[in-house]
Design a protein around this ligand. Structure first.
Ligand code: FAD
Ligand code: FES
Length: 281
């Protein structure tokens, strides 16, 4: 069992959990993730390790409520425990000195971009961060991102804070205004956002890294559920990624595979709403 020592509500739908997991905290690196089960009867879901404290033996998970399992997770409080946490999984982010780096985070994707932005700055890069959400109420970790970035730009779809529009639109305008080159872009958020960012940077040939959120089961390269096409080659997001060159990703296939189990997910969510056999809440 993995005890939740702290829970912070970041927005109406997004919570941050500090979970006691000393062995994972000891080895975790930016870009990696865990696979959790809320309870013994529950399904396995992947969540990025948003932060870690090796000394305290804690990992931070930031979860957005979108369906059955994330809803069950949202009902847990400090003092409750997760049945399983497996990790750290996946390949860590490349944190070298590239020069001028732009980190783009959308929605709950701001949480996983944070340790990457911090690591890139510690590696000596000039880090410009662009974060966005639907509205100012949905925006997370603005203060934290401000502290670890050389420059921070905020976007909201409805214009309630910062630039009115998508992070990809802001990025397009930002690139046009730059006199010194941009050496790398790292983007994490919903798949359509990462696709849009990759389309914006492609004409400028700016290396663009995206973190793919395909459906996963085991998270260790055995089931094939997370299969994607990158550079016309089959890759498993859980072991070959989750980070890939955005210009090489077949986003169309990713979108299609993300929706494969929508009817079953909805049915399972419906059954769960009637009776939760797990947390009892
Ligand atoms: C490497 C990785 C890291 C992720 N990190 C985060 C994170 O830090 N915070 C966060 O909020 N979300 C993260 N996600 C997405 C998260 O795993 C899904 O939102 C979650 O699994 C949805 O489960 P559900 O039962 O609540 O929703 P459901 O209703 O079952 O599904 C809603 C949608 O979520 C996706 N999904 C469902 N099951 C899975 C699964 N087993 N694996 C992956 N995607 C699934 C599908 O696209 C589905 O249509 C990550 C995904 C991946 C692959
Ligand atoms: S999740 Fe099973 S192979 Fe990647």
């Amino acid at each position: 069992m993995y005890k939740i020592v702290k829970k912070v509500k970041l927005t109406e739908d997004i919570d941050r959990f500090e979970v006691k997991a000393p062995l994972i905290a000891k080895k975790a690196a930016p870009g990696q993730f865990v696979v959790i089960r809320v309870c013994e009867q529950g399904e396995r879901i992947p969540l990025t390790i948003a932060d870690y404290d090796r000394k305290a033996g804690l990992i931070s998970l930031v979860s957005m409520r979108v369906g059955k399992t994330t809803e069950m997770l949202a009902k847990l409080e400090a003092g409750d425990s997760l049945a399983n946490v497996v990790g750290p999984l996946g390949t860590p982010s490349e944190l070298e000195k590239f020069g001028n780096v732009v980190c783009v985070g959308g929605g709950v994707g701001i949480a996983p971009i944070m340790p990457i932005a911090r690591g890139l700055r510690e590696a000596g890069n000039n880090v410009v961060s662009i974060i966005g959400a639907r509205t100012s109420d949905d925006l997370i970790l603005e203060e934290e991102m401000d502290k670890i970035s050389d420059q921070l730009h905020v976007c909201t779809d409805d214009g309630s804070k910062g630039f009115k529009g998508f992070v990809s639109e802001f990025l397009g305008q930002y690139i046009k205004k730059q006199k010194s080159g941009i050496n790398r872009v790292v983007a994490i958020g919903p798949a359509p956002m990462m696709d849009a960012v990759s389309k914006v940077t492609r004409p400028y040939r700016i290396k663009t890294i995206v973190s793919l959120n395909s459906i996963m089961v085991d998270g260790t390269g055995m089931c094939g559920a997370c299969r994607v096409e990158v550079g016309n080659k089959t890759k498993f997001v859980c072991v070959d990624g989750p980070e890939f060159d955005g210009h090489e990703v077949d986003f169309g296939l990713l979108f299609a595979r993300q929706k494969i189990y929508c009817p079953e997910e909805e049915q399972s969510h419906e059954l769960h709403r009637k009776e939760c056999r797990c947390t009892g809440r």
